[in-house]
Every structure is written in structure tokens, then in C-alpha cells.
Design a protein around this ligand. Structure first.
Ligand code: FAD
Ligand code: NAI
Length: 510
């Protein structure tokens, strides 16, 4: 009897929470589709120009009270991209549109209107306080280049792919940074498989075409290699069995181990798991040259000798980290205080670009002493949002104090009332003005390593917790799901996960 009662209650609770969750999701979707009316920006306010629609800039926009400024956003990409799930798009575990959020939809939810221009900022002139912008998209109007004057400028343009000037990389390899890159890889994997299965293909050629080489053992390279091996094990093997024994993934890393930023224990766990998955890990191997079908690398042997090897490949994915974008390099060259900075714009503790006034930098293009991650970029963006909201409040308080003081001098009768208000405002002003410098709070690092396993280095109380395995994989999934930009993204990602699990990944090459 008692057990049955408990069971009945548990059943009711489950029922209620499922309905509750469904109801809440419907409400969120409705809310998304029906934003409140928006009012026009006030032209008398300062113009705040934001470059980029990535992690840093979007976090800033989310926090910013747009009614305080004339906000203008410039980016060649009219959407925000949730990069942590980008490796899953290369194999079709997730469809690319599920991790994109249109910037127009983001801006429509702000109280005051924000202008958006789909363009690339090509130069910044800090003396004239203008940004030159260029429309590099396929469709161009009569005007495709112009200038935007700014009072305040935030640079959040991210970084580009590092190639270290290694010959052949740009011409022959795929990168993994943007949606287009993931689509290109997805297409190329299937092209390699279908070409390997072509009638009378020679054995050497099948081996080459089925060899997928990943250069760079950072989180991007490791996650991609894991996704690729999953795709092969779960789908390609079943659909193209005749050539499947020839499929091989090689991960090349110049340093002695992969995932250098993770703890030792997780590095070992990752390397062992990748080996179990039959991924060939070549550490202490530096790629020196790339041709259209081979990679030439130098292996450092334990005795100090070096050996040159030539590795044939069908698909080559290059993931060796970040390089500075030309617009950032150009600005750095104009500012004497930036002459010693190599990896991006050196900023102070309030994220102001050193040697400039009214220019801030966030994310991968800024050097603030932190790793170039989404976590850092979004915390920096949120910090600037709060800073700008405070600055606007400070200015409003100061001008009101000035107004009241001049009134006090003119009309002695209201002096007591005005003095009281001034005192109140000054108190508030002190609180608002007391803005602490930016401090990054590290929540931990997560990476997917294939075969439904993930590794996590997370902050736990005052220490660090390093875990790896299937439970960590569930944690990885729920953490990334909760971090998705919108309810729409979240629902689409869940549907994609279920779809690829139930029906397998779609191997059509479009
Ligand atoms: P981005 O997000 O790159 O955005 C830059 C924006 O600037 C883009 O909108 C771009 O179009 C725009 N832009 C470029 N040039 C110009 C120009 N000239 N003018 C105007 N706009 C311009 N980090 C994590 O913390 N966790 C993860 O799990 C994780 N996974 C990742 C997976 C992959 C595959 C990759 C590539 C990166 C991953 N990262 C992760 C790193 C993270 O994506 C970056 O650190 C983060 O995107 C940096 O944010 P950002 O705003 O500086 O730049
Ligand atoms: P990375 O800079 O972390 O790693 C690049 C790797 O390539 C390095 O280990 C380097 O030694 C190696 N390399 C460089 N040149 C080479 C050569 N010629 N031959 C062989 N190996 C070479 O780059 P990645 O993975 O693209 O990450 C960029 C940033 O984004 C990092 O800050 C990373 O933490 C972050 N990120 C985080 C993720 C996560 O938390 N899950 C996922 C992806 C990226």
C-alpha cells in the first residue's frame, strides 16, 4: 500500500514537471515571437559602434541598456554562432542552422532600436574617430563602402586561423571556425568516401582518400577527430561496408601531448580514449608543408633526432589556433603603445585599448591575460555592458546635479529641496562610479572526445575537479544545451540529437 502510494505520487510529480516544462517552453517560444514595441534611438545620445557579432559583442548587447546610446553594430556575419557545437555540424550530428541565431532577432528584443550593417570594418581611424566599413557580400548596392563616426567603439572581431606561413595550408586544408567551414568539411568527408568507393579505385588511392588528417591537438582538433570517428563507427561503416576497414583518422600535434591546457590526468585519459577509438595520435610531430594530397611533417625522436615523413590524405583539417585579423594589426600599427603586443590589442583592466581613448576590445582580438575562449569573451562583453550602463547613469546623475545646482542659485525658495535631491544623487553617484575592474571567473573547461565520452576540468568549491567519461558526456550535453543562445536553438539542438540517434546521420552530399 505505502509503496503504491509513493509510486503514485512520483508518477504525479513526473507528470506535473513534464507538463510544467512543456508549458514553460511554449511560453518562452511565444515570448520570443512577440517582443514588446521598440522605440527609436535618440540622436542626441552618444554613438556606440560595436564591431562583430560573436561571443564578446553579443554578450555586451545582451547586457546593454540600448536606450542610453545610439548603438550601431557592424559585422559581416548577420548571426551569432554557438561555436562549442560547431564540430558536431561537420558530420551532421547537428544541423548548422540549429546553432545560429540571427542578429536581427537578438536586436529586436532590445528596448531601443539598434542599427545593424552587414559589413566588414576595414580600417579604424582613432584620430578622426571613424570606422571604414565595406560590404563584401555577394549582392552589392550602389554604395558598398562608407564611414561611420563613433563616440565610443568596441572591437570584438575575434581572430582568424593561424597557419604560421606554412606553405600549402591555405590552399589545401579546411579550417573549422565558421559555419561555411563545417559545411565544407561535411561535404568533403562524403566526397572522399564516395570517391574511394568509385569503380576500380586503386588500393593506394582508397587508403589516401579514406585517410582523414587533423593538424592541431588543441580542443578543436580533438573534438573534431572524436566526432569524425563517431560518424564512421555509427554510420559510414554500416552504409559503405566494402571500404570501411580503410577509414583512418590521424591527429597530428607538435607538442608532446594533446589538449595542453587540460590537467595531466585528463590528457592521459583523452589520449587513451582516442587510441581505443583507433585514432592515430602523432605527437611531437610538426607539419612543415602541405600539398594537394600530402602532409609533410617532422617527427622529433626521443634521442633528439628528427625524421621527415610524408603522409597522404583525403581530407585535411587545420586547427592550430588563432592569428590576429588584418583590421586589428592595422590599428595596432597606428598606436605606439601597442608596438610590443603580438597576439592582439593590449587592453587595461577596464578593457580599454592601451594608448587610445574611447576604444575598448573584447574576446579573441584582445590581450587581457586570459585564454582566447568563448567563456572569457562573453564575460568581457557582459562587463562592458555593465560598465556602459553605469557610465550612462553617471552622466545622467551629473547633469541632473548640475541642473539642480544652477536652479538653487536662481531660486532660493527651492534650495532646501534641491540640496536634498543633490545629496541623494551624489550618494547614488558614488555607488555607481565605484566600478571594479574586470576579473575573469573560470567556470571550467569541457571537451567532447568521441564515443559518447567527454572530459571536464571544472572549478569545484575552492579546488578543481577533473573528470572524464560517459557521465561527463551527459554533463557536457546539458551544459552546452543550457548555454545555447535561445529557446529556439535549444529545441533544435535536442531535435537534431534525437534525429541523428534515431535515423543516423544524413550522408547525402549536397
Ligand atoms: P567570435 O565569436 O569569433 O566573433 C567575431 C565576430 O566578428 C564575428 O561575428 C565575425 O563575423 C566578426 N568580424 C570578423 N571580422 C570583422 C570585421 N573586420 N569587422 C566587423 N566584424 C568582424 N570556447 C569555449 O570557451 N568553449 C568551447 O567549447 C569552445 N569551442 C569552440 C569550438 C570551435 C570549433 C571553435 C572554433 C572555437 C571554440 N571556442 C570555445 C572558442 C570561442 O569560439 C572563441 O574564443 C570565441 O568565439 C571568441 O569570441 P569573440 O567574440 O572574440 O569572436
Ligand atoms: P589551440 O591553440 O588550443 O591548439 C592548437 C594546437 O596546434 C597546439 O597544441 C599547437 O601545438 C598545435 N600546432 C601548431 N602548429 C602546429 C603544426 N605546424 N603542426 C602540428 N601541430 C601544431 O587551438 P584550438 O584548438 O583551435 O583552440 C583555440 C581556442 O579556442 C583555445 O583557446 C581553446 O581553448 C578554445 N576552444 C575551446 C574548446 C573547448 O573548451 N571545448 C573547443 C575549441 C576551442
Amino acid at each position: 500500500g505505502k509503496l503504491r502510494k509513493t509510486f503514485r505520487w512520483m508518477w504525479r510529480l513526473t507528470y506535473l514537471s513534464v507538463f510544467g516544462l512543456a508549458g514553460y517552453t511554449v511560453y518562452l517560444i511565444y515570448d520570443d515571437r512577440h517582443p514588446e514595441p521598440q522605440y527609436e534611438a535618440d540622436p542626441s545620445k552618444k554613438t556606440l559602434v560595436i564591431l562583430g557579432t560573436g561571443w564578446g559583442s553579443v554578450a555586451l548587447l545582451k547586457k546593454l541598456d540600448t536606450e542610453n546610446y545610439n548603438v550601431v553594430v557592424v559585422s559581416p556575419r548577420n548571426y551569432f554562432l554557438f561555436t562549442p557545437l560547431l564540430p558536431s555540424c561537420t558530420t551532421g550530428t547537428i544541423e548548422h542552422r540549429s546553432i545560429m541565431e540571427p542578429v536581427r532577432a537578438i536586436l529586436r528584443h532590445k528596448k531601443a532600436a539598434v542599427k545593424y550593417y552587414e559589413a566588414e570594418a576595414s580600417t579604424i581611424d582613432p584620430d578622426r574617430k571613424v570606422v571604414k566599413i565595406v560590404d563584401n557580400s555577394e549582392v552589392k548596392g550602389a554604395i558598398s563602402e562608407t564611414e561611420i563616426p563613433y563616440d565610443m567603439l568596441v572591437i570584438g572581431v575575434g581572430a582568424e586561423n593561424a597557419t604560421f606561413g606554412i606553405p600549402g595550408v591555405r590552399e589545401h586544408s579546411c579550417f573549422l571556425k565558421e559555419i561555411g567551414d563545417a559545411q565544407r568539411i561535411r561535404k568533403k568527408i562524403m566526397d572522399c568516401v564516395e570517391t574511394a568507393a568509385f569503380k576500380d579505385q586503386s588500393s593506394d588511392e582508397i587508403d589516401r582518400l579514406m585517410h582523414m588528417v587533423v593538424v592541431g591537438g588543441g580542443p578543436t582538433g580533438v573534438e573534431f577527430a572524436g566526432e569524425l570517428q563517431d560518424f564512421f563507427e555509427e554510420d559510414i561503416k554500416k552504409l559503405v561496408p566494402e571500404i570501411s576497414p580503410r577509414f583512418k583518422v590521424t591527429l597530428i600535434e607538435a607538442l608532446p601531448n594533446v589538449l595542453p591546457s587540460f590537467s595531466k590526468q585528463l590528457i592521459d585519459y583523452t589520449e587513451n580514449t582516442l587510441r581505443e577509438e583507433k585514432i592515430d595520435i602523432k605527437t611531437k610531430t610538426m607539419v612543415k608543408k602541405v600539398t594537394n594530397n600530402t602532409v609533410e611533417a617532422e617527427i622529433s625522436r626521443p634521442d633528439g633526432s628528427k625524421e621527415r615523413v610524408v603522409i597522404p590524405y583525403g581530407l585535411l583539417v587545420w586547427a592550430t589556433g588563432n592569428a590576429v585579423r588584418p583590421i586589428v594589426k592595422d590599428l595596432m600599427a597606428r598606436i605606439p603603445a601597442q608596438k610590443d603586443s603580438r597576439r592582439g590589442l593590449a587592453v587595461n583592466e577596464y578593457l580599454v585599448v592601451q594608448g587610445t581613448r574611447d576604444i575598448w576590445a573584447i574576446g579573441d582580438c584582445a590581450v587581457a591575460g586570459y585564454a582566447p575562449t568563448a567563456q572569457v569573451a562573453s564575460q568581457e562583453g557582459s562587463f562592458l555592458g555593465r560598465l556602459f550602463n553605469n557610465m550612462a547613469k553617471t552622466e545622467a546623475h551629473e547633469s541632473r546635479i548640475q541642473e539642480l545646482s544652477s536652479k538653487m542659485n536662481l531660486q532660493a525658495g527651492n534650495a532646501a529641496e534641491a540640496a536634498e535631491e543633490i545629496e541623494k544623487l551624489e550618494k547614488q553617484l558614488r555607488r555607481v562610479k565605484d566600478i571594479k575592474p574586470f576579473r575573469y571567473s573560470h567556470q571550467g573547461s569541457l571537451a567532447y572526445i568521441g564515443s559518447e565520452k567527454a572530459v571536464a576540468d571544472v572549478s569545484w568549491w575552492n579546488g578543481n575537479l577533473a573528470t572524464g567519461g560517459r557521465m561527463t558526456y551527459l554533463f557536457w550535453r546539458s551544459a552546452y544545451l543550457s548555454m545555447c543562445f535561445s529557446t529556439r536553438n535549444r529545441v533544435l539542438v535536442i531535435v537534431d540529437w534525437l534525429k541523428s540517434k534515431a535515423f543516423g546521420r544524413d550522408v547525402s552530399r549536397e
